[in-house]
Design a protein around this ligand. Sequence first.
Ligand code: ADP
Ligand code: MG
Length: 236
Amino acid sequence: MITVTNAVKDFGDFRALDGVSLDVPAGSLTALLGPSGSGKSTLLRAIAGLELLDSGTIEIEGLDVTDVPPQRRGIGFVFQHYAAFRHMTVRDNVGFGLKIRKESKSVIRSRVDELLDLVGLGGLQDRYPAQLSGGQRQRMALARALAIQPQVMLLDEPFGALDAKVRAELREWLRRLHDEVHVTTILVTHDQEEALDVADHIAVLNQGRLEQVGEPTDLYDHPANAFVMGFLGSVS
Ligand code: ADP
Ligand code: MG
């Protein structure tokens, strides 16, 4: 579904991605796991088209998108610090991507209502972001990313700023949402527990290189090297 081949990205003298090749299976929920500074966000931003590679290619559904601008890659993106439109209601925030795509009011309304139900925000559509809890805001962000019916969802530490209990709840929501809509999803996290808990595939990144890719049990039972073993085994 998503194929990254030999991705290299330099920032000045610093090589943030050092020849990364990765296959993300269609319909999977793949965690991109690694310590801070390992290149996770850079790889995700490259897949989104927000960062251009120095060399290497990115394909989405067999289409080479290496030079395709972000808005034509069919991607929904959720960041850690989600910038909601504060002056817009929940409904208008979630429907915004559809509005700028000139969808009709009735299409927008029915899709937004459906998504809000799916993320447990049914009934809160007339609130403003400031009237939501942190967890509710990130669920709104998930709904907003899904509204445009993306081929791919990219989540960059979306629960990172929240406390442990809310993070655990949001993992549940993400898992349930993914079971419902099956959109190919990459979740960036530095939290091995989160990756083991929520993902069906895990790719371990370290210093701009991919150390191992596999199902959680494969990685846990058969770590490819000492780094993977140490990182999966450490408590965050
Ligand atoms: P992660 O998301 O795994 O924490 P990043 O992909 O954000 O890591 O960053 C990887 C490395 O690249 C870090 O050392 C970071 O400082 C560096 N880096 C990221 N973006 C830039 C940039 N725009 N300019 C310079 N250095 C950057
Ligand atoms: Mg990051």
